[in-house]
Design a protein around this ligand. Structure first.
Ligand code: FES
Ligand SMILES: [Fe+2]
Length: 290
């Protein structure tokens, strides 16, 4: 397999009559590294961008980019499209082309320009085939609206991931925290605090105090705001991986686990203590090594 498109250097290789429907430019608060990671990350489309995509079936992916069958949201027949995204890393640009379905032949060119270590300029062009100027402009307006939403969602993910990567390097020796009297604690649940320099979320589940790191072991999405389902599981908003918060284990077959290695105890004054379970540091490091 591999890319069907020639590459990301040729505009309009099929020589269609193209109209530039719109351009869209913005600066994002993320490094080039985060931006490229996001472009190659096809898996986040139906999860992070669930208001725009309802599903995605991958055909192929590699260093060159990816090709996938996508279904929009709402999931209509017309919203089905085979999309291929091909990167030109050297020139910091990529093209995403609709190969079949949707607006077949449409090319979306994106150019990245590094502003500094934490900021990237994004310039997008929407080239639409076989359309008169007025219709192309209307479609262009729709596409820029869609892209604003997509880039808002992507930017937030990139910023949060960057923060999580930096936070991972922090360490602190505070491995036990006094949570105070049990009845006081109960009123404060669910509670998110820091142990060992990293967040931990404390909840009550089936009458039992439960604690886990609200950080996804896949790509470090923050999970503290994610609601538990009736089985005590959470679904990560970035790529949809599911975890049981009590055991930390994946419930959808991924070889990853949440760090849930905490012990609760009661001291002589009747205060509840939470501590990092022994070996937890090693466990967490191996989980996050991807
Ligand atoms: S970061 Fe990918 S599933 Fe959570
Ligand atoms: Fe995205």
């Amino acid at each position: 397999l591999g890319p069907v498109q020639t590459n990301a250097t040729t505009h309009n290789p099929n020589d269609l009559s193209m109209t530039l429907g719109a351009t869209y430019s913005r600066e994002i608060a993320a490094s080039l590294a985060r931006a490229w990671e996001n472009v190659l990350d096809w898996e986040h489309l139906p999860h992070l961008h669930d208001s725009s995509f309802s599903s995605l079936t991958l055909e192929d992916a590699g260093d060159w980019g990816w090709r996938a069958l996508t279904v929009g949201n709402p999931a209509t027949k017309a919203s089905k499209a085979l999309i291929e995204l091909v990167v030109d890393r050297k020139k910091n640009r990529y093209v995403s082309r609709t190969l079949r379905g949707g607006i077949a032949g449409m090319e979306i060119w994106t150019q990245f320009t590094k502003v500094d270590e934490r900021r990237t300029q994004v310039d997008v062009e929407f080239h639409i085939p076989g359309m008169d100027q007025a219709s192309a402009l209307r479609l262009g307006e729709y596409m820029t609206g869609l892209y604003k939403t997509l880039w808002d969602e992507d930017e937030q993910m990139m910023v949060e991931r960057q923060n999580a990567l930096e936070q991972r390097l922090q360490t602190s020796s505070k491995k036990t925290i006094n949570l105070g009297p049990a009845e006081e604690l109960q009123k404060r649940l669910p509670l998110c605090l820091e142990i060992d320099g990293k967040p931990v979320k404390i909840i009550e589940l089936n009458g039992q105090l439960t604690a886990f790191r609200p950080t996804c072991p896949h790509m470090l999405a923050p999970l503290n705001e994610v609601a538990l389902d009736e089985k005590g599981c959470i679904t990560c908003p970035w790529h949809g991986y599911k975890f049981d918060v009590t055991s930390g284990l994946s419930t959808d077959g991924h070889d990853l686990a949440l760090d849930a290695a905490f012990d609760f105890s009661t001291n002589t004054e009747g205060n509840t203590l939470i501590s990092v379970a022994k070996d937890a540091t090693n466990l967490q490091q191996s989980q996050n090594s991807r």
